[in-house]
Design a protein. Structure first.
Ligand code: PLP
Length: 396
């Protein structure tokens, strides 16, 4: 492999990073769609998938969308966020939430990650609000940018939760609504409550590498009937009169098709089993890799029950002998697919003009972290190979 290239999709014969596990009723339910001709954006499986997910989470409503990014986009519109507003979000995340904020003409404000947990740093969030913002008649003013902050969008990354107790308290103090990006944390709990159910809206994704998948898909979850109705209306082209084609707002073609929802229903039936498997994989890695000098294993944040969606280690070059990039290439030689974390948002060209508050931890985490194979279907033998290869990669 060329040394200046990041590994992409797992090549043939590789132990993959995180691939779908389709071991249940997927064929059966999809066949039912094909047999009944219900394949498009309406159908019984769409409603069932929405109800199943909402029920699992203990939320009132689910609105199925074509993907998690679309779900974020719609949520921001429904919350009334628009041109020149600001939304506080995590600096260390996949790019989708930052992009969705820009889709509505607003700007992200990036808050650093906590070094220990990788999640949004609540102390820095608090400091930013205290030091850089002012309550005004128009709302909460970011004195650095002269824009009004309209919401907080914490991103629960890698199958763990942000500290939602503190974030909810801060949001209350500053009268800001919360939209949770829980795309990577389906099934994770903070203080025994599911990620994605703390704020006004929670967002989920079912793309191919998530804990359950519909190939591509997303969901908006809320307890508000008004929000759910509006979200459904906007995701289905804002049809006010479907016969005469009257649309009173600009809508979107963002509804999840029945055939993909059928897959979601089948996957939901196995979600708890998959979470158990992910935890087992994490337990084994934690036990074996913590013996290696220079490797920091992944811990559950305080008060969190994690799913360990994407198992990630930190690599200390001085102690281990290789940095995370060198280890990544060593594992590539061993036919093991790994993945570095995302570039912190404030370093990305399209977001470099947005305000970022002291984001040094996210840069450090990007430099040091590497995600290891952790598919639900990962077998014991393959996991042992990964563990041994990491051990052999470092100073012994
Ligand atoms: C944190 C985060 N937010 C949003 C998304 C977007 O979801 P999707 O790929 O379904 O659009 C993803 C993943 O893909 C993600 O990891």
């Amino acid at each position: 492999m060329e040394k200046n290239k990041e590994p992409g999709i797992a090549k043939k014969g590789f132990i993959p990073l995180c691939v779908p596990h389709l071991s249940g009723n997927e064929w059966k339910y999809i066949k039912e769609c094909l047999d009944t001709n219900w394949v498009s954006s309406a159908g019984p499986f769409v409603d069932k998938f929405e109800k199943d997910l909402a029920k699992y989470l203990g939320a009132e409503y689910g609105v199925a969308c074509v993907n998690g990014t679309a779900a974020l986009h719609i949520s921001l519109i429904v919350m009334g966020i628009g041109h020149d507003d600001e939304v506080i979000t995590s600096d260390l995340t996949f790019v989708a939430p930052a992009n969705a904020i820009r889709y509505v003409g607003a700007y992200p404000v990036f808050i650093d990650a906590e070094y220990e947990t990788f999640q949004m740093d609540v102390d820095k969030l608090n400091n930013f609000l205290k030091k850089c913002c002012k309550k005004t008649k128009k709302g909460l003013l970011n004195k650095q940018t002269n824009r009004i902050i309209k919401a907080i969008l914490p991103v629960h990354i890698l199958g763990h939760c942000c500290n939602m107790k503190d974030i909810m308290n801060i949001a209350k103090e500053y009268d800001l609504p919360i939209i949770e990006d829980a795309t990577e944390a389906l099934g994770a709990k903070f203080n025994n409550k599911f990620a994605g159910t703390f704020g006004k809206i929670g967002i989920f994704s079912f793309n191919g590498n998530k804990i359950i998948t519909t190939g591509g898909g997303g969901m908006i979850v809320t307890d508000s009937e008004k929000i759910a109705k509006k979200a459904k209306y906007l995701t289905t082209q804002a049809k006010d009169d479907a016969v005469e084609f009257i649309h009173n707002e600009i809508g979107f073609n963002y509804r999840l098709p029945n055939v993909l929802s059928a897959m979601g229903c089948a996957q939901m039936e196995n979600l708890e089993k998959y979470i158990e498997k992910k935890k087992k994989i994490a337990d084994i890695y934690n036990q074996k890799l913590s013996e290696i000098n220079g490797i920091t294993t992944m811990k559950e944040p305080k008060n969190c029950k994690s799913t360990f969606w994407l198992y990630t280690i930190k690599v200390n070059k001085k102690l281990f002998g290789l940095d995370r990039k060198e280890l990544m290439y060593e594992l590539e030689e061993e036919k093991i697919e790994t993945r570095p974390l995302w570039q912190p948002m404030h370093l990305l060209k399209p977001h470099s003009a947005s305000y970022a508050y002291n984001c040094e931890n996210s840069e450090k985490l990007k430099r040091e972290s590497l995600s290891l194979p952790c598919s639900v279907g990962l077998c014991f033998k393959d996991q042992q190979k990964v563990i041994n290869s990491v051990k052999n990669g470092g100073k012994r």
